[in-house]
Write a protein that binds this ligand. Structure first.
Ligand code: PEP
Ligand code: MG
Length: 577
């Protein structure tokens, strides 16, 4: 009998194969009290285990193919860094001394302490990084008790791996041996297995609770990474259906791959600019994996968030130079830091009492203008990096033209400092605004007169237009990019840019969602900046669209008021393909 089980689909695709269930690794750390004379030897035993753990990770790194995405190597590097970190090595040694205990117990205590630190973090991405701590603890523990972490990959070929959770090094080794899919009991869309599986292009489902009770070794499984459903022991009809879906998917992938490096031109010869979004310079590797193109949104705040402090000009320059050099002549749009609301750092500066409504508070450019001494190093670093390639500066959350004037004055001041020092930079650097506040959209003509380009930040534009907090699950159902008011504002921005003869891009999530590509083309959008993994899918729609026909359709859709009718008309546009 077939059993359907559902979890969270985190890496698209269909996998069909036999289950390989991985038993839970128990970390049985018991406390043993040592005599003072035994402590130095225990510390040495711990240090030897650390060394062995490092060697194992270096071995995994050696085995990774040279063209493997940077993100994947970064996971291993993070674990290597943790093994070097005093919080791990000195921290555990201090526990051995303080409790006169064995290394396993000290490691257990120190691991719990570190996990608690991550657990208390507000940022959901950083919070999930406590998994790194647990994986590193597990690896050292295995070395201490003399247990090899199994990488007996040949067993995994063509199999679907079922585990509670997977360490990045194990996931990578399994991929090396060509596993068909991953299912884990824990984790969410930001967990390691999810990120790695997406990067490696392997179908995966996470958060499938009790998977190891419901699935047994050698059971035949279908993993539907699109919907998050696993079918255990599928009947003939389902197997036939999913084999067909898998065949179509493989054919679609190869069709999409053939678009890499091709221009994004519509059937009626309209050239569309298609760029990628990045959070860190190393993400450019992910963009290049799909297409050789530029960056339309570099969210620099990650540089601040990951350090939990304001990086100095030199540190920023290093990051921006790394990004522009990696792009090898392709353009880079650097967005100045957008801190505040859900993106916060715990710096030592007193910003006053906690705002009741931080999304509408001292966020992004508002904060930079209040603290120009912090903003100036970023402007100087961006300008200096502009000597190395085509860079544009983009300002988030502008609400009125007075703010634009202040920003332009600061940029002019920064330029003057560099001129005085005879430091090279691009005198004609383009300066643009993110239009993500409804007030800015309504005043688009005044904005466009003062700037070189505009970019539509739909994530915030939708949140502020519809008055819904974008991170509040309770009101998520109201988040609708097709709301007539949202469409009206987007259209106003595109038209405003055209009147002023300056480019308008869209870099919010709406641009990455192929449901909307045709509608946006019809509304006159000619520049999309999307997530790396959406580059080819969006391009596929563009090259199969006729802009002129879509204009007529879009015009009619923009006159509608009923949400369902709009949705179904937009769906019809998608189905034209
Ligand atoms: C947006 O608001 O659409 C956007 C791209 O910015 P962020 O998601 O970083 O706020
Ligand atoms: Mg935004």
């Amino acid at each position: 009998m077939s059993i359907y089980i559902s979890g969270i689909g985190v890496s698209k695709g269909i996998a069909i194969g036999e289950a390989f269930v991985i038993a839970r690794e128990q970390l049985d750390a018991n406390q043993t009290i040592l005599t003072p004379a035994e402590i130095p030897a225990e510390i040495k035993r711990f240090q030897a285990a650390l060394k062995q753990a490092k060697q194992q990770l270096h071995d995994v790194k050696e085995k990774i193919a040279k063209d493997t995405a940077c993100d994947i190597v970064a996971f291993i590097d993070t674990h290597l860094l943790m093994l070097e970190d005093p919080a791990f090595n000195e921290g555990t040694i201090a526990q051995i001394k303080q409790h006169s205990c064995n290394a396993e117990w000290a490691l257990h205590l120190q691991g719990e302490r570190l996990v608690q630190v991550f657990d208390e973090m507000e940022d959901p991405y950083l919070r999930t990084r406590k998994d790194d701590v647990l994986h590193v603890v597990k690896r050292i523990h295995a070395c201490l008790v003399g247990k090899e972490q199994s990488n007996d990959g040949h067993l995994y070929k063509g199999k679907i791996i079922i585990a509670d959770d997977l360490a990045p090094a194990d996931t990578i080794m399994m991929q090396h041996q060509k596993v068909a899919g991953f299912i884990t009991e824990f984790g969410g869309p930001l967990s390691h297995t999810a990120i790695l599986a997406r990067n490696l292009g392997i179908p995966a489902i996470v958060g499938l609770h009790h998977a190891r009770q419901l699935i047994h070794r050698n059971d035949t499984l279908v993993v539907d990474g699109f919907s998050g459903v696993v079918i255990n022991s599928p009947d003939k009809k389902s197997l036939k259906y999913y084999r067909g879906v898998r065949r179509d998917e493989i054919a679609k992938r190869s069709l999409l791959n053939s678009l890499s490096g091709q221009p994004a031109v519509t059937l009626d010869k309209k050239q569309i600019t298609l760029h990628g979004n990045i959070d860190r310079p190393r993400d450019i590797r992910s963009i290049k994996k799909y297409d050789d193109t530029g960056v339309g949104l570099y969210r620099t705040e990650m540089l601040f968030i990951e350090r939990n402090e304001w990086p100095d000009q030199k540190t920023q320059l290093k990051a921006y130079k790394r990004a522009i050099k990696a792009l090898d002549g392709k353009p880079l749009t650097i967005r100045t830091m957008d801190l505040g609301a859900d993106k916060e750092i715990q710096d030592t500066i007193d910003h006053g009492p906690m705002a009741h409504n931080p999304a509408m508070g001292l966020r992004a450019i508002r904060r930079c203008l209040k603290e120009p001494q912090d903003f100036m190093p970023q402007l100087l670093a961006i300008l200096r990096a502009s000597a190395f390639g085509p860079i544009r500066i983009m300002i988030p959350m502008l609400t009125n033209t007075g703010e634009i004037d202040q920003v332009l004055t600061l940029i002019e001041e920064a330029k003057e400092i560099l001129r005085q020092k005879k430091t090279a930079f691009d005198e004609k650097i383009q300066i643009g605004a993110m239009i993500e506040v409804p007030a800015a959209a309504l005043a688009v003509d005044a904005f466009a007169r003062k700037l070189d380009f505009l970019s539509i930040g739909t994530n915030d534009l939708i949140q502020y237009t519809l008055a819904i907090d974008r991170i509040d699950d309770e009101v998520n159902y109201l988040y609708n990019p097709l709301h007539p008011s949202v469409l009206k504002l987007i259209h106003m921005i595109i038209e405003g840019g055209k009147r002023a003869n300056i480019p308008v891009s869209m870099c919010g999530e709406m641009a990455s969602d192929t449901q909307y590509t045709r509608l946006l083309l019809g509304m006159g959008l000619e520049y999309f900046s999307v997530q790396a993994n959406a580059l080819l899918e969006v391009k596929h729609i563009i090259v199969n669209s006729t802009m002129k026909n879509l204009q007529k359709e879009a015009k009619q859709i923009m006159q509608l008021h009923d949400d369902n009718e709009i949705k179904s008309r937009v769906q019809q546009l998608v189905n034209l393909l």
